[in-house]
Structure formats: structure tokens, C-alpha cells
Design a protein around this ligand. Sequence first.
Ligand code: IPM
Ligand code: MN
Length: 396
Amino acid sequence: MPFRIAVIPGDGIGPEVIAQGIRVLRAVDAPLDFVSYDLGAERYLRTGEIIPDPVFEELREASAIYFGAVGDPRVTNPHYAAGLLLRLRFELDLWVNLRPSRLLAPGMTPLKEAPSIDLVVVRENTEGAYVGIGGQFKRDTIDEIAIQEDVNTRKGVERIQRYAFQLAKQRRAAGHPGRLTMVDKSNALYLAHDLWQRVFAFERSRTPDIEAEHLFVDAAAMQLVKNPGHFDVVVTSNMFGDILSDLASELVGGLGQAPSGNINPDTGRGLFEPVHGSAPKHTGKGIANPFGAILAGAMMLRHLGEGRKADQIEAAVISAAGNGRTTRDLGGGLTTAAAADAVLSMQDPVLLAGAGPTTDRRDTPMRRSASADILAQRRAVRLRGVLRIRSRERDV
Ligand code: IPM
Ligand code: MN
């Protein structure tokens, strides 16, 4: 039985990058059935609906959700993003937000020196300042009060830290340092984050074989820039995770290539998305980087137990990046579709032949040569009866 993947392309560049992600997932022949959901700003503006309840029930039943982006300048309702993405995270209880940052190619860091950066931010995803508890009093007067509570439950803090310790163990077994950094602000938020401290002390005592340290969030932000190679697994609260994961992704080339997985390890539910958001000013231009969406697709496959195919996609993205076959944000000159073509061409040519046509070809000289290479490869693949032809891209 194939997995049923609910696809929510959403807003802005979401549909453009998700289309390329699906091409790549199809090319590795993953056992996935995609069902697309028309949710997002267009629907909201048309009907006032964010997620109708029957649709929510279908999303709940999906094997996983593949999500593009939320956010549209025409939507002024401040509850809109919360009603779509945060509702899915909260109501499906997707309590882990995994945000890996890996330097795909040495030239992609804005830092002077390019250490090897390969870290994962484990962001608590269902609590903290995001729960929407609080209120406004005397709104729009000079006496206005605005309160938004930071909610930290023992259950929530324990499960995310425990998960991070286990992940550090797994990563160590796979050859990573297996170092855990717990990040909070317990010197100022000495009530809420004291709970993080106590849970950390307990989990650390239970897992003595893992090197575990603590940093306040300001120091963590500084150290991430100063010494990013030091970090392996970073566990933190919802809002700090939101901020630090953007920072970490910028160290390895920016939001365009950053994937994320929102998962519930107990129920197996998951929502996989690029971190970049809807980027309205890039929408419809064919320049959005598809790598974040493609790598999010790989995370989804790994979550569904298709680790080998996930590895294959990740390796292909690394090869494309290493060969400079990227969109502009990563220093290349390719369109969204051509960057996905490059990823496909780094895989077995047999897969390339089945990947379907691209939707978009805008040509600068560099882009033209990339497209021409790929077209030539396709032709070769067809002509020689889809046999073992080495991809020219691999020789670059
Ligand atoms: C993210 C986004 C969301 C968040 C927004 C859109 C609510 O920034 O996924 O990081 O803050 O979690
Ligand atoms: Mn964010």
C-alpha cells in the first residue's frame, strides 16, 4: 500500500517548490500517492475558510503532509498563519520540529572560514509563546496591555529533551559528534526555563554517555556564528528554535535550502516543509530555490521508513550544490525547475528519464547551458534504451 501524502502547496512560492519536490519524489519511485489540498490565502480570500473541519480530518488521516508555505500580503488577519500551519502543528500534536543545517558546499557559507557545519535544531513545536494564551486590554488606548504567555509543561519539556538526547545518541552512532546543547534563557526567565534546567539535569544524569552542555540563547546565537562546527544537536523552546534555526540555515546558504520536519514520534504523524516561507516578492518568477522543499521531501521519506531513497535524494542535492547547479540565492543561475533538473540529473539516469517535463525554462546564458545539458542527457537516455549511461553532470 502506498503512503497517502496530503500536499498543501499553500501560498507564494510554496506551489512552485512543492511541484519540484514532487517531481524528485516521483523520480526515486517512492511509494507515495499525492492528494493535493487547495488551502491557503486564495481560498481564504475567496471563502473565508482556512481549514474546513472535514478537510482537517482528512489531513489527520494522511500518512504525512507535504507543505509549501503560508503567508500572503493580501491577508491581514493576524490569525491566518496560526489557523493553518500552527493549527496543524498543535492539533496533530507534532511536538518535534527538526531543522537540520548542513553545509552542502564549502562556498555556501557567508562566514570567512568554512568549517564543516552539520547540526540539527530540535525545536519544541507545540508550546512556549506560540500557544496563543493571553489577551489584550484597553486596546488602541495609551493604557493598552498586551500579554502573551510562555507555556512550558513538564510533559512537553521532558519529551523534547528526551528526544534530543536520543537523537544525539543516534547521530553519534552514525559518526557525528553526538553532542547535545540545551538552549534556554533561565537566567531571565527563571520560572519557565527553570523547568528546562531541571529536566536537563535529570536527562543528562540518565544519559551520561552523551556530551551535553547548556547555553543561554544569546550566547548560543553568538557561538553559532563564531564556532558553528561545534554544534551537533541543539534543543530549545518553540520561539528560540524558530529564531536559531533561521540563523543556522543562513550559515549554510540561507533559508532557500533549509528543510524541516514537524513530527509526532508517538503517533507517526508528520508534516514536512521548507523553512523559507512564502517569499511573496519572488513568487511566480521561477527563481525560488527548490532545495528546501526537495530536502523536506527526503526527510518525509526517511520518516516513512524509506531511508535509502532519502539518502539518494540528499546525495543528489549535495552533488548539484557541489557542482554549482543552484538557483541564484546559492550562487548559481538556475531557475527553480532547472535546479530540480540538476538534482534529478545527479541521480541514476534511469530515474531522470521518468521524471517528466519541467514546467519552466527562463534563460540566461548559464541557465541555457544547464538546460541544454539536461535535455541532451534525456535524449541520450531515451536513445540508448535507458541503460547505464553515466550522467555527464557527475563528471563536472
Ligand atoms: C516557521 C515560521 C512559522 C513559525 C510562522 C509562519 C508562524 O516562521 O515555520 O519557522 O514561526 O513557526
Ligand atoms: Mn520561522
